[in-house]
Design a binder for this molecule. Structure first.
Ligand code: ATP
Length: 276
């Protein structure tokens, strides 16, 4: 697949989100540096999903800002944010049992489709050429993710781990500069986890995209992330390299807990309420 030129930095500044008396995010700031994997971790209720939902336009920030380079994303709609170069995957996927994997990936191409319904409907040559270009890209993305043999299969009937890759493929088909991945390996088998973690590393290393990752599997976070931001009760309590945050007493207290190798087969933290 084609490597993009360095994406702009994604700058989150002083982000606050309040829900009727509850402060879900309290003045949080961080920068996703171009071409890096940046993880946001923390216990249940820390504000990770809220942060993702603001970044992708699902929630409105009470105050603060989000910018991708010079582009203002604060309070933009999900559609506008996708057009500005930020694509996301969802924690709970709902792929259609009626659409094939190819159709699902093609959905990701829609915002890039120039030929209108009329020229497509009239089967004009220009629309045909554009369609062929999009299909070529869909096949390229499928090959990158190892999904080629599933292209004709109904997406919603595939094993869960494969569906999550289809979801990742749909986001990649949007040609984003930044990918927001919400628990991309949750619910996968150990082999699927390893494979997906390698693919996420390739998204950074081969495609050159920036990745913002929310994930509870600490072994994977620590292996993949260049930078980790730790949230607790809506506040940023630590930030730095995996090695740095792993040894931060505040992070150990709030989330990671003391190492308990016997009870941590999947690398989930021992800290409070680390449920799926
Ligand atoms: N739409 C909403 N309305 C009211 N409160 C909300 C809403 N969304 C989130 N919250 C609250 O905001 C706080 C942060 O929740 P959030 O889902 O962002 O945490 P999280 O870190 O993603 O947790 P988890 O690891 O369980 O996904 C929680 O107290 C939650 O109940």
């Amino acid at each position: 697949m084609v490597r993009v030129s360095a994406p702009p930095a994604l700058a989150v500044r002083d982000l606050t989100v309040r829900f009727a008396g509850l402060t879900a995010l309290d003045g949080v700031g961080f920068t996703v540096e171009p071409g890096t994997i940046h993880a946001v971790i923390g216990p249940n209720g820390a504000g990770k999903s809220t942060c993702f939902n603001v970044l992708s336009g699902v929630y409105r920030a009470t105050s603060g800002s989000v910018r991708l380079g010079e582009r203002e994303l604060t309070r933009a709609t999900p559609h506008a944010i996708a057009s500005l170069g930020v694509a996301r995957t969802f924690q709970n996927i709902a792929l259609s049992a009626h659409a094939s994997v190819a159709d699902t990936l093609m959905l990701g191409r829609h915002r890039l489709t120039r030929a209108g319904f009329l020229s497509t409907g009239l089967r004009l040559p220009s629309a045909g050429r554009e369609h062929a270009r999009h299909w070529a890209r869909v096949r390229e993305v499928a090959a990158f993710l190892g999904l080629e043999r599933h292209l004709g299969a109904p997406a919603g009937l595939l094993p869960y781990g494969v569906q999550k890759l289809v979801e990742l493929g749909r986001a990649l088909c949007m040609e984003p500069e930044v990918l927001l991945l919400d628990e991309p390996i949750a619910g996968m088998t150990p082999a699927e986890r390893r494979n997906t973690a390698e693919l996420i590393a390739s998204v950074r290393d081969s495609l050159g995209l920036s990745v913002l990752l929310v994930e509870h599997d600490m072994a994977v976070v620590m292996r993949l992330a260049d930078t980790v931001t730790v949230l607790d009760f809506g506040r940023k309590i630590a930030e730095g390299t995996p090695a740095l945050v792993q040894n931060d007493p505040e992070v150990v207290r709030a989330y990671l807990g003391e190492p308990q190798p016997d009870s941590e087969p999947e690398g989930r933290p021992a800290g409070r309420e680390s449920t799926p």
